[in-house]
Design a protein around this ligand. Structure first.
Ligand SMILES: Cc1cc2nc3c(=O)[nH]c(=O)nc-3n(C[C@H](O)[C@H](O)[C@H](O)COP(=O)(O)OP(=O)(O)OC[C@H]3O[C@@H](n4cnc5c(N)ncnc54)[C@H](O)[C@@H]3O)c2cc1C
Length: 289
């Protein structure tokens, strides 16, 4: 971050490395009708003791969000909370975070990481969901298994953040062709918007920047008269920002996920991989002042 071109390239996607930067961005977005989700970057830990720091941090985030009067949810990766070292300790941290979130009228999301964590993350989510509806989980449309996963999650009345998927996965488990991922996304989202999916606690986050896909789903929503409290749009900070404002202006519920933190490298590489044009943006920044 100390190198000028890196800073110029990364700030396109995150307002800064500190929680204060993310809260500042959330405050700026609020009057435009855009609510937020906050996540501190970081994933697999070296030692379970590091999970305590992450847990304490998110407790502070929930408190500061409440003090600032923001509607900013939090989103965590199980591996940030020690899932690799001890899934049970990770679960206990999640329970306490969910309890703290509920007390502050907030909401806890679980990010979905690479395919080896899908079973574990869904299992964590289901145990949390038994305790409270104020938790949600990200589910990836590029995985063949997701069609089955959403059926079991739907039966519980789950908050689901449907994403295309950001990790490099083998063709044996994930659709290799982008057009197939897009179509599967549409089919899964349509399924989640059917009347029988409308269990107490059910919520769909349409988490994509794909405007064509958003519009197709808006048509499904209109045709089926899906109530406004059943779905929200969710997009990442700095990506298609005008579209985020347009959705808010059109009266849609839209959340912007704001990332912050020092450990941004793997996350930033995923953002570059999603769109080759971003790489030329970095290169241009290397040579501009
Ligand atoms: C709120 C939210 C939470 C997410 N959480 C997770 C998660 O927990 N686990 C996970 O695996 N993935 C997660 N993702 C990432 C997701 O899986 C995709 O990798 C990412 O959203 C890009 O796919 P897309 O749906 O936007 O569609 P794409 O087809 O990739 O992109 C559609 C359009 O969006 C724009 N766009 C997309 N990405 C970029 C970019 N990086 N830079 C600039 N423009 C871009 C471009 O205009 C592009 O044409 C999340 C995404 C969002 C929005």
């Amino acid at each position: 971050m100390k190198t000028g071109f890196v800073r110029r390239s990364v700030v396109k996607f995150m307002p800064g490395e500190h929680l204060e930067d993310a809260l500042g961005a959330a405050k700026t977005l609020k009057p435009t009708g855009i609510n937020t989700i906050l996540t501190r970057l970081g994933e697999n830990l070296a030692r379970i003791e590091e999970a305590k720091d992450v847990f304490d941090h998110y407790l502070r985030v929930i408190d500061q969000v409440k003090a600032a009067g923001l509607d900013a949810q939090i989103s965590v990766k199980p591996t940030q909370l020690g899932f690799d070292q001890n899934p049970e300790v990770c679960f206990q941290y999640l329970v306490k975070l969910a309890d703290h979130a509920i007390a502050a009228n907030n909401f806890l999301w679980l990010d979905m990481e690479s395919s080896k964590y899908v079973d574990g993350t869904i299992a964590l989510y289901k145990r949390l969901r038994e305790r409270t509806p104020k938790v949600g989980v990200a589910i990836q449309a590029y995985l063949y298994r997701t069609e089955k996963d959403i059926e079991s999650l739907m039966a519980l009345g789950s908050a689901i953040r449907l994403v295309k998927g950001a990790y490099m996965e083998a063709p044996s488990i994930a659709y290799p062709k982008k057009s197939d991922v897009d179509e599967n996304y549409f089919n899964l989202a349509s399924r989640l918007l059917q009347p029988d999916a409308n269990q107490p606690g059910a919520l769909l986050h349409i988490a994509t920047h794909d405007i064509g896909l958003q519009q197709r789903l808006q048509r499904v929503i209109a045709e089926r008269n899906v109530p406004k409290d059943r779905y929200e749009f969710a997009m990442l900070y700095g990506i298609n920002s005008q579209r985020q404002r347009d959705l808010a202006q059109a009266g849609e519920s839209i959340r912007c996920l704001i990332s912050y933190g020092e450990y941004w490298f793997p996350w930033y590489m995923r953002r570059l991989a999603e769109r080759p044009a971003n790489v030329s943006f970095v290169v241009r920044n290397m040579f501009s002042r």
